[in-house]
Ligand binder design. Structure first.
Ligand SMILES: NC(=O)c1ccc[n+]([C@@H]2O[C@H](COP(=O)([O-])OP(=O)(O)OC[C@H]3O[C@@H](n4cnc5c(N)ncnc54)[C@H](O)[C@@H]3O)[C@@H](O)[C@H]2O)c1
Length: 283
């Protein structure tokens, strides 16, 4: 049984709104914090739209949707985190911003509260070092879209206590997710394996191994992938794929993580995938 009744979510963007939604849907109270009322409104609108889709599908009743939304409190004041047992940082991926934000969270939280970070690429050990009590920080890497994706990678920094790790695992299960313990290494497990595979598919296009469609179809029916790696690159965003490859190459110093030249060039051209209307496919 999780000791958590109320969750703080700091950052109401794509991931923060998704995490807030699954927490509220699991019956927990949520304090959703962002820098502005406008950012909070966007976050709540995204949650309401996602819940509406579930109502239309018959997966949720209109009353359950209302009850879920009522468990959400939005705020721009850190003091409102005083009533939570866990706070998850889901703000923009910038180390300095996260250090500052984690310190502010720690000052506002009850002393026994757990602190999670949803970072995709920053070391949990490095983030924990920003805290007075670094043993309370644990990586909680949710996947996008959060309501649909069951996996949470649970990452222990060098300083993370056994107790914090155990509570994080129990908390993730209470949300109906499947937590997997992962060591604190760049890319964790999924991005470490998935993104180089996507990069390799881009090398295959560059080397004219096959057409974009044929490479994707081959991986779907030959590799059992639900969508081809090039369509996946378009969904993730080619800029994000490039950034992950650069983190892997920089931190491991291993040339096997070099980004495909075509990937770099498409990013330079602004062909970032679905979000710009064109990547390997047109939208
Ligand atoms: N998008 C993904 O697919 C994905 C997947 C897994 C993990 N992540 C990680 O999740 C985190 C958030 O990513 P996102 O895609 O939701 O970003 P996003 O840009 O959609 O949202 C970031 C939010 O943080 C808010 N913010 C910025 N500064 C803040 C501050 N000082 N205090 C409070 N809020 C602040 C912004 O206003 C914005 O609402 C990043 O660390 C990212 O690496 C993203």
């Amino acid at each position: 049984m999780t000791d958590v009744q109320c969750v703080g979510v700091v950052g109401a963007g794509t991931m923060g709104s998704g995490i807030a939604q699954v927490c509220a849907a699991a019956g927990l109270d949520v304090v959703l914090l962002d820098v502005s009322e406008a950012a909070l409104e966007r976050g709540v609108a995204a949650i309401a739209a996602s819940l509406d889709k579930r109502v239309q599908k018959g997966a949720l009743s209109a009353q359950e949707k209302q009850a879920t939304l009522q468990r959400l409190q939005t705020t721009i004041r850190y003091e409102d985190l005083a009533r939570v047992q866990i706070a998850i940082e889901t703000a923009t991926e910038q180390p300095q911003l996260k250090f500052e934000l984690l310190r502010r969270m720690e000052s506002a939280l009850p002393s026994h509260a757990l602190i999670g970070s949803n970072t995709s690429s920053i070391s949990i050990t490095q983030l924990a070092a920003a805290l007075r009590e670094p043993s309370h920080l644990v990586g909680l890497h949710f996947f996008n879209p959060v309501p649909a994706m069951a996996l949470v990678e649970v990452i222990r920094g060098l300083q993370t206590s056994e107790d914090a790790y155990d509570r994080a695992m129990v908390f993730a299960r209470a949300l109906g997710k499947t937590p997997i313990p992962v060591a604190n290494r760049p890319g964790f497990v999924v991005n470490r394996i998935l993104i180089p595979m996507v990069n390799e598919a881009i090398f295959a296009v560059q080397e004219r191994l096959g057409s974009v469609d044929d490479i994707d179809t081959a991986m779907q029916i030959g590799g059992g992938h639900p969508i081809g790696p090039l369509r996946l690159a378009d969904v993730v965003g080619l800029d994000v794929v490039l950034a992950v490859m650069e983190v892997l190459q920089g931190s491991f110093g291993d040339n096997k993580y070099r980004p495909a030249f075509l990937l770099r060039e498409m990013v330079q051209a602004g062909l970032l995938g679905r979000k710009t209307g064109q990547g390997f496919y047109k939208y």
